[in-house]
Design a protein around this ligand. Structure first.
Ligand SMILES: [Zn+2]
Length: 74
């Protein structure tokens, strides 16, 4: 299911898929972030939720690889 992740568009670092649950609703969500903890995309990345965990993960991977919904640092 998971595709290989492209390198971070900001720092060129390795990216990683994470899965978690919202505290309030316990809904699962997925996101891809940069593993470089000094990079803007380490903490600040889009969440994907509302579907199965597998679909959320797939959406997060696809968006990351297409460079969509990646926040721009200010
Ligand atoms: Zn990065």
């Amino acid at each position: 299911m998971e595709k290989a992740l492209k390198a971070c568009p900001f720092c060129g670092g390795k990216a990683e898929l994470k899965q978690a649950h919202y505290l309030e609703s316990e809904l699962p969500y997925s996101y891809v972030h940069c593993m470089n903890n000094e990079c803007a995309l380490h903490h600040n990345t889009a969440h994907f939720s509302g579907e199965s965990e597998q679909k959320n993960a797939q959406n997060a991977v696809t968006a990351w690889n297409q460079r969509e919904q990646i926040p721009v640092p200010h």
